[in-house]
Design a binder for this molecule. Structure first.
Ligand SMILES: [Fe+2]
Ligand SMILES: [Fe+2]
Length: 298
Protein backbone atom coordinates (compact mmCIF):
# COMPACT_ATOMS: atom_id res chain seq x y z
CA UNK A 1 0.00 0.00 0.00
CA UNK A 2 1.19 3.51 -0.79
CA UNK A 3 1.88 5.93 2.03
CA UNK A 4 0.42 9.46 1.98
CA UNK A 5 3.88 10.83 1.21
CA UNK A 6 4.17 8.53 -1.81
CA UNK A 7 0.73 9.53 -3.09
CA UNK A 8 1.59 13.24 -2.70
CA UNK A 9 4.89 12.67 -4.49
CA UNK A 10 3.11 10.89 -7.36
CA UNK A 11 0.48 13.62 -7.80
CA UNK A 12 3.13 16.32 -7.61
CA UNK A 13 5.15 14.52 -10.28
CA UNK A 14 2.15 14.20 -12.62
CA UNK A 15 1.46 17.94 -12.38
CA UNK A 16 5.02 19.23 -12.49
CA UNK A 17 5.84 17.02 -15.45
CA UNK A 18 3.36 19.19 -17.33
CA UNK A 19 5.34 22.29 -16.40
CA UNK A 20 7.89 22.55 -19.15
CA UNK A 21 9.21 26.03 -18.70
CA UNK A 22 10.09 25.96 -15.02
CA UNK A 23 12.58 28.81 -14.34
CA UNK A 24 16.12 27.58 -14.83
CA UNK A 25 19.30 28.79 -13.17
CA UNK A 26 22.12 30.46 -15.15
CA UNK A 27 24.68 28.01 -16.61
CA UNK A 28 27.35 29.37 -14.31
CA UNK A 29 25.11 28.62 -11.33
CA UNK A 30 24.96 24.94 -12.33
CA UNK A 31 28.76 24.85 -12.65
CA UNK A 32 29.18 26.42 -9.24
CA UNK A 33 26.82 24.02 -7.49
CA UNK A 34 28.89 21.15 -8.89
CA UNK A 35 32.16 22.38 -7.39
CA UNK A 36 31.01 24.37 -4.41
CA UNK A 37 30.65 21.43 -2.04
CA UNK A 38 34.06 20.08 -2.90
CA UNK A 39 36.36 21.13 -0.03
CA UNK A 40 39.31 21.21 -2.43
CA UNK A 41 37.80 23.99 -4.55
CA UNK A 42 39.52 27.27 -3.82
CA UNK A 43 37.90 30.69 -3.52
CA UNK A 44 40.05 31.68 -6.51
CA UNK A 45 38.46 28.96 -8.71
CA UNK A 46 34.90 29.84 -7.63
CA UNK A 47 35.59 33.52 -8.26
CA UNK A 48 36.83 32.57 -11.74
CA UNK A 49 33.66 30.58 -12.53
CA UNK A 50 31.33 33.39 -11.40
CA UNK A 51 33.35 35.92 -13.40
CA UNK A 52 32.46 34.00 -16.59
CA UNK A 53 28.94 35.39 -16.28
CA UNK A 54 29.23 39.21 -16.31
CA UNK A 55 25.54 39.80 -15.52
CA UNK A 56 25.65 37.51 -12.48
CA UNK A 57 28.98 39.01 -11.41
CA UNK A 58 27.53 42.52 -11.57
CA UNK A 59 24.59 41.46 -9.40
CA UNK A 60 26.73 39.68 -6.83
CA UNK A 61 28.98 42.77 -6.58
CA UNK A 62 26.00 45.07 -6.27
CA UNK A 63 24.69 43.04 -3.33
CA UNK A 64 28.19 42.85 -1.79
CA UNK A 65 28.55 46.64 -2.00
CA UNK A 66 25.03 47.30 -0.68
CA UNK A 67 24.57 48.99 2.69
CA UNK A 68 23.50 45.60 4.08
CA UNK A 69 27.15 44.55 4.46
CA UNK A 70 28.49 48.02 5.28
CA UNK A 71 31.91 47.40 3.68
CA UNK A 72 33.78 50.73 3.85
CA UNK A 73 35.35 50.49 0.35
CA UNK A 74 33.95 49.43 -3.03
CA UNK A 75 34.57 45.80 -3.96
CA UNK A 76 35.28 45.49 -7.66
CA UNK A 77 35.70 41.75 -8.24
CA UNK A 78 34.25 38.50 -6.93
CA UNK A 79 37.56 37.10 -5.65
CA UNK A 80 37.91 40.17 -3.44
CA UNK A 81 34.30 39.72 -2.30
CA UNK A 82 35.01 36.10 -1.33
CA UNK A 83 38.04 37.18 0.73
CA UNK A 84 36.02 39.83 2.59
CA UNK A 85 32.62 38.15 3.06
CA UNK A 86 33.67 34.49 2.93
CA UNK A 87 32.76 31.78 0.46
CA UNK A 88 29.52 30.83 2.25
CA UNK A 89 28.16 34.37 2.04
CA UNK A 90 29.04 34.56 -1.66
CA UNK A 91 27.26 31.24 -2.28
CA UNK A 92 24.07 32.69 -0.83
CA UNK A 93 24.47 35.87 -2.90
CA UNK A 94 24.87 33.78 -6.06
CA UNK A 95 21.70 31.85 -5.17
CA UNK A 96 19.84 35.11 -4.41
CA UNK A 97 20.92 36.87 -7.62
CA UNK A 98 20.07 33.79 -9.75
CA UNK A 99 16.63 33.36 -8.20
CA UNK A 100 15.79 37.08 -8.49
CA UNK A 101 16.84 36.97 -12.13
CA UNK A 102 14.83 33.84 -12.95
CA UNK A 103 11.59 35.14 -11.42
CA UNK A 104 11.70 38.86 -12.14
CA UNK A 105 11.35 38.16 -15.88
CA UNK A 106 8.03 36.46 -15.37
CA UNK A 107 5.25 38.67 -16.72
CA UNK A 108 2.52 36.47 -15.20
CA UNK A 109 3.37 37.84 -11.77
CA UNK A 110 1.63 40.96 -10.58
CA UNK A 111 4.01 43.74 -9.43
CA UNK A 112 2.30 44.37 -6.12
CA UNK A 113 2.10 40.66 -5.32
CA UNK A 114 5.77 40.26 -6.22
CA UNK A 115 6.82 43.14 -3.99
CA UNK A 116 4.96 41.73 -1.00
CA UNK A 117 6.23 38.27 -1.78
CA UNK A 118 9.90 39.35 -1.80
CA UNK A 119 9.48 41.59 1.25
CA UNK A 120 8.25 38.54 3.13
CA UNK A 121 10.88 36.16 1.67
CA UNK A 122 13.71 38.57 2.50
CA UNK A 123 12.37 39.06 6.04
CA UNK A 124 12.36 35.29 6.50
CA UNK A 125 15.89 35.03 5.04
CA UNK A 126 17.23 37.71 7.40
CA UNK A 127 15.36 36.25 10.36
CA UNK A 128 16.59 32.70 9.60
CA UNK A 129 20.15 34.03 9.68
CA UNK A 130 19.49 35.86 12.96
CA UNK A 131 18.02 32.69 14.53
CA UNK A 132 21.10 30.74 13.42
CA UNK A 133 23.33 33.31 15.10
CA UNK A 134 21.28 32.97 18.32
CA UNK A 135 21.68 29.19 18.40
CA UNK A 136 24.78 28.26 20.34
CA UNK A 137 25.57 25.22 18.18
CA UNK A 138 25.35 27.12 14.94
CA UNK A 139 28.19 28.30 12.69
CA UNK A 140 28.69 30.72 9.79
CA UNK A 141 27.94 28.10 7.15
CA UNK A 142 24.64 27.17 8.81
CA UNK A 143 23.66 30.85 8.98
CA UNK A 144 24.22 31.30 5.23
CA UNK A 145 22.31 28.11 4.34
CA UNK A 146 19.50 29.38 6.58
CA UNK A 147 19.50 32.65 4.62
CA UNK A 148 19.11 30.86 1.27
CA UNK A 149 16.49 28.49 2.66
CA UNK A 150 14.56 31.46 4.06
CA UNK A 151 14.73 33.36 0.80
CA UNK A 152 13.38 30.37 -1.13
CA UNK A 153 10.96 28.89 1.40
CA UNK A 154 7.79 30.11 -0.38
CA UNK A 155 9.11 30.01 -3.96
CA UNK A 156 6.49 27.32 -4.71
CA UNK A 157 3.85 30.08 -4.52
CA UNK A 158 5.39 31.87 -7.53
CA UNK A 159 5.45 28.61 -9.50
CA UNK A 160 1.84 27.99 -8.54
CA UNK A 161 0.69 31.40 -9.80
CA UNK A 162 2.73 31.42 -12.98
CA UNK A 163 2.59 27.77 -14.01
CA UNK A 164 -0.67 26.44 -12.58
CA UNK A 165 -3.01 29.45 -13.12
CA UNK A 166 -6.28 27.47 -13.18
CA UNK A 167 -5.47 25.72 -9.93
CA UNK A 168 -4.36 29.06 -8.43
CA UNK A 169 -7.72 30.64 -9.27
CA UNK A 170 -9.50 27.76 -7.54
CA UNK A 171 -7.28 28.23 -4.48
CA UNK A 172 -7.99 31.97 -4.41
CA UNK A 173 -11.74 31.40 -4.67
CA UNK A 174 -11.61 28.88 -1.84
CA UNK A 175 -9.54 31.26 0.30
CA UNK A 176 -12.25 33.89 0.00
CA UNK A 177 -14.93 31.37 0.98
CA UNK A 178 -13.13 29.51 3.77
CA UNK A 179 -11.58 32.14 6.00
CA UNK A 180 -10.84 29.69 8.82
CA UNK A 181 -8.87 27.19 6.73
CA UNK A 182 -5.08 27.45 6.63
CA UNK A 183 -3.34 28.36 3.39
CA UNK A 184 -1.63 24.95 3.08
CA UNK A 185 -4.89 23.06 3.74
CA UNK A 186 -6.62 25.05 1.00
CA UNK A 187 -3.77 24.36 -1.43
CA UNK A 188 -3.77 20.66 -0.53
CA UNK A 189 -7.52 20.36 -1.01
CA UNK A 190 -7.20 21.68 -4.58
CA UNK A 191 -3.83 20.20 -5.60
CA UNK A 192 -3.21 17.30 -3.16
CA UNK A 193 0.09 19.02 -2.38
CA UNK A 194 1.08 22.53 -1.32
CA UNK A 195 3.53 25.34 -2.15
CA UNK A 196 6.18 23.74 0.08
CA UNK A 197 6.23 20.58 -2.09
CA UNK A 198 6.31 22.65 -5.26
CA UNK A 199 9.18 24.86 -4.02
CA UNK A 200 11.20 21.90 -2.87
CA UNK A 201 10.74 20.28 -6.28
CA UNK A 202 12.16 23.38 -7.98
CA UNK A 203 15.06 23.58 -5.52
CA UNK A 204 15.85 19.96 -6.40
CA UNK A 205 15.80 20.78 -10.11
CA UNK A 206 18.26 23.61 -9.42
CA UNK A 207 20.51 21.10 -7.59
CA UNK A 208 20.44 23.11 -4.40
CA UNK A 209 21.78 21.32 -1.29
CA UNK A 210 19.46 18.58 -0.02
CA UNK A 211 19.24 20.37 3.33
CA UNK A 212 17.61 23.37 1.60
CA UNK A 213 15.21 21.15 -0.42
CA UNK A 214 14.15 19.34 2.78
CA UNK A 215 13.70 22.58 4.69
CA UNK A 216 11.49 24.07 1.97
CA UNK A 217 9.47 20.85 1.85
CA UNK A 218 8.93 20.80 5.63
CA UNK A 219 8.64 24.45 6.63
CA UNK A 220 4.93 24.01 7.49
CA UNK A 221 5.11 20.41 8.64
CA UNK A 222 4.74 19.50 12.31
CA UNK A 223 6.15 16.01 11.95
CA UNK A 224 9.36 17.13 10.28
CA UNK A 225 10.31 19.71 12.88
CA UNK A 226 12.19 17.51 15.36
CA UNK A 227 14.24 15.99 12.50
CA UNK A 228 15.24 18.94 10.39
CA UNK A 229 16.97 21.84 12.12
CA UNK A 230 16.85 24.03 9.02
CA UNK A 231 13.11 23.36 8.57
CA UNK A 232 12.64 24.38 12.22
CA UNK A 233 14.72 27.55 11.74
CA UNK A 234 12.58 28.54 8.75
CA UNK A 235 9.33 27.61 10.48
CA UNK A 236 10.23 29.96 13.35
CA UNK A 237 11.61 32.65 11.01
CA UNK A 238 8.37 32.58 8.99
CA UNK A 239 6.32 33.04 12.16
CA UNK A 240 8.47 35.88 13.51
CA UNK A 241 8.70 37.63 10.14
CA UNK A 242 4.90 37.62 9.87
CA UNK A 243 4.75 39.11 13.35
CA UNK A 244 6.90 41.96 12.07
CA UNK A 245 5.27 42.56 8.73
CA UNK A 246 3.40 45.68 7.95
CA UNK A 247 2.40 46.05 4.36
CA UNK A 248 1.06 49.51 3.57
CA UNK A 249 0.24 49.93 7.21
CA UNK A 250 -2.02 46.90 7.47
CA UNK A 251 -0.98 43.75 9.23
CA UNK A 252 -1.06 40.55 7.22
CA UNK A 253 -2.42 37.75 9.35
CA UNK A 254 -0.52 34.54 9.35
CA UNK A 255 -2.67 31.83 7.83
CA UNK A 256 -0.65 28.72 8.63
CA UNK A 257 -0.24 26.93 11.97
CA UNK A 258 2.71 27.66 14.25
CA UNK A 259 4.13 24.82 16.36
CA UNK A 260 5.49 26.06 19.69
CA UNK A 261 7.66 22.92 19.99
CA UNK A 262 10.02 24.56 17.50
CA UNK A 263 11.59 26.58 20.36
CA UNK A 264 12.65 23.36 22.11
CA UNK A 265 13.82 21.79 18.84
CA UNK A 266 16.15 24.75 18.35
CA UNK A 267 17.27 24.91 21.99
CA UNK A 268 15.92 28.44 22.28
CA UNK A 269 13.15 30.13 24.19
CA UNK A 270 10.51 32.73 23.58
CA UNK A 271 12.36 35.34 25.67
CA UNK A 272 14.71 36.06 22.72
CA UNK A 273 11.80 37.15 20.48
CA UNK A 274 12.00 40.90 21.09
CA UNK A 275 15.74 41.06 20.61
CA UNK A 276 15.55 39.07 17.36
CA UNK A 277 12.72 41.23 16.03
CA UNK A 278 14.77 44.33 16.81
CA UNK A 279 17.69 42.89 14.84
CA UNK A 280 15.37 42.06 11.95
CA UNK A 281 14.10 45.64 11.82
CA UNK A 282 17.60 47.06 11.68
CA UNK A 283 18.81 44.56 9.00
CA UNK A 284 15.65 44.97 6.97
CA UNK A 285 16.18 48.72 6.82
CA UNK A 286 19.38 48.03 4.86
CA UNK A 287 17.78 45.60 2.41
CA UNK A 288 16.72 48.01 -0.33
CA UNK A 289 19.26 46.70 -2.91
CA UNK A 290 18.05 43.12 -2.39
CA UNK A 291 14.43 44.16 -2.77
CA UNK A 292 15.01 46.18 -5.94
CA UNK A 293 16.94 43.32 -7.54
CA UNK A 294 14.23 40.83 -6.58
CA UNK A 295 11.69 43.00 -8.39
CA UNK A 296 13.88 43.24 -11.48
CA UNK A 297 14.43 46.95 -10.87
CA UNK A 298 18.21 46.79 -10.82
FE1 LIG B 1 5.13 28.79 3.26
FE1 LIG C 1 6.30 32.25 4.34
Amino acid sequence: MQTTAETTEKKLKIIVDKIHNLPTPPIVFTQITKVINNPDTSAYEIGGIIAEDPALTAKVLKLTNSSFYGIPRTITNVKQAIVILGLDAIKSLVISASVFDAFSKNKALDTEYLENFWRHSLSVAFMAKIISRFRKTSNLQEAEIAFSGGLLHDIGKLILISHLPDEYLKIKALQEKESSMSEIDIESSVLQFNHAHLGSYMAGKWNLPEEICDAIMNHHSKKALPNGILAAVIHLADYLAHKNELYDGKKIERKNPFYESVWTTLGMDISSTDQMLEMLRSEYAKAETFLKMAQGMS
